[in-house]
Ligand binder design. Structure first.
Ligand code: PMP
Length: 417
């Protein structure tokens, strides 16, 4: 008898039957407050009526308008609409289906456009599961172990994860930038380095926002050496952090943006944006794909952009994110075993530690499981699975945030009893 492969490990035992807004319902009709949002994908909420309507119409009109064969209207409209929200100058857009593919696209573009082979990535980052993206991923060995040989040309530089180093943020930033300079002088020569690739907030690596001064330091070094700055906004894009793009919390302009997840409310779509000048340095036809810019996914993305704009979801993300962060900090203040609570917008992580300060994934797991039993869905992240993350849809309201926090307080209490 066929069965689902054990390669897939599920975070909860829930059998999802239906989704609506911030709620998932199981086959028995039980409601769960979904603070996972399909790992940060369903930002407009499950089955937003405007997304449902737009995709229903598109399905009946054209499902697959293969984008290396023909253009189609949803694709052209989406490009135009993305132009309204992308940073000025990053107006040349390529599409794929998943975050990993978009990261690979950026890697190809960076190598072709610069003629350089190497990339520098930052410790704790997650960039995807394809071999190229996995080679750039250091958020946990489960994403790399046993897959060798992985791709060469990748150097891992420190990320200023102040809490884990036991330093203040300024010290962590100084250390990380100094180490980066050391790497450029000793391992990956600037003339061989095509790109720095960075997440504005470490996602799978533990919900650690990249300090503003660090991102600005990367930009300076990229400018000084002709290295491209690629921001991986797969998890942080489309309002997730309380600004349209996560990197906009710092005064930087990236050379390439890679994004996916929140772009199309759950339909598979990802994108890479750069200047037309940079894109023109790569070879026409060197990138493509059968399913990129699927017409239904593009229609979903256009509706998603409409909803984000019309329902002020970027602002809501900032306001609700601040409420969630503050509430999670209040709860942590009662428990020494939650060593750090941090985040940006609606990405909030609580890090569990043992009395000696080492990571405590078992406590994080217990807290997550107790929350599931009480009807709140959460995910773990961090190298050891020691961080519980909250990443609800951007449509979440104050009542739902407070309800989640009440369940979280009880779950933490029981997990640490
Ligand atoms: N980059 C980041 C920052 C991500 O969070 C993820 C997914 N968690 C990816 C890349 C890979 O995306 P996908 O799973 O769609 O391939």
């Amino acid at each position: 008898m066929a069965h689902l492969s054990p390669l897939i490990r599920q975070a909860t035992p829930v059998l999802a039957a239906r989704g609506e807004g911030v709620y998932l319902y199981d086959e028995g009709g039980r409601a769960y407050l979904d603070f996972t949002a399909g790992i940060g994908v369903t930002s407009t909420g499950h089955c937003h009526p405007r997304v449902v309507e737009a995709t229903r119409r598109q399905v009946a009109t054209l499902i697959h308008g293969q984008f290396t064969t023909v253009k189609h209207k949803p694709l052209l409209t989406l490009v135009e609409r993305l132009g309204e929200v992308l940073p000025p100058g990053l107006d040349s857009v390529f599409f794929a289906n998943s975050g990993s593919e978009a990261v690979e696209a950026a890697l190809r573009l960076a190598r072709q456009a610069t003629g350089r082979t190497n990339v520098v990535v930052f410790h704790g980052s997650f960039h995807g599961r394809t071999i190229g993206a996995a080679s750039m991923t250091t958020s946990g060995t489960k994403f790399r172990a046993g897959f060798a040989p992985i791709m060469g040309g990748v150097t891992v530089a420190p990320f200023p994860y102040a809490y884990r180093y036991g330093w203040d943020e300024a010290t962590a930033v100084r250390f990380a930038l100094r180490e980066l300079d050391y790497i450029l002088a000793t391992i990956s020569a600037p003339r061989e380095t095509a790109a720095f690739v960075i997440e504005p907030v470490l996602g799978e690596g533990g919900y650690v926002p990249a300090p503003k001064a660090f991102l600005e330091g990367l930009r300076e070094r990229a400018d000084a050496h002709g290295i491209l700055l690629v921001v991986d906004e797969v998890q942080t894009g489309f309002g997730r952090t309380g600004k349209y793009w996560g990197h906009q919390h710092a005064a930087i302009r990236p050379d390439v943006i890679v994004t996916a997840k929140g772009i199309a409310s759950g339909f598979p779509l990802s994108a890479m944006a750069a200047s037309a000048e940079l894109m023109s340095k790569a070879w026409p036809g060197s990138q493509g794909g059968t399913y990129g810019a699927n017409a239904v996914a593009c229609a979903a993305a256009i509706a998603t952009l409409d909803v984000i704009r019309d329902e002020n979801l970027v602002e809501n993300s900032a306001v609700m994110g601040a409420r969630l962060l503050e509430g999670a900090r209040r709860i942590a203040a009662k428990h020494a075993r939650i060593g750090d609570v941090r985040g940006l917008g609606l990405m909030v992580g609580s890090e569990f530690v043992l009395p000696d300060g080492n990571p405590d994934p078992a406590a994080a797991q217990r807290a997550q499981s107790f929350a599931t039993e009480r009807g709140l869905l959460l995910l773990l992240c961090g190298a050891w699975g020691q961080v519980v993350r909250m990443i609800p849809a951007l449509v979440v309201d104050a009542k739902q945030v407070d309800e989640a926090l009440a369940i979280w307080a009880e779950s933490v209490r029981d997990a640490l009893a």
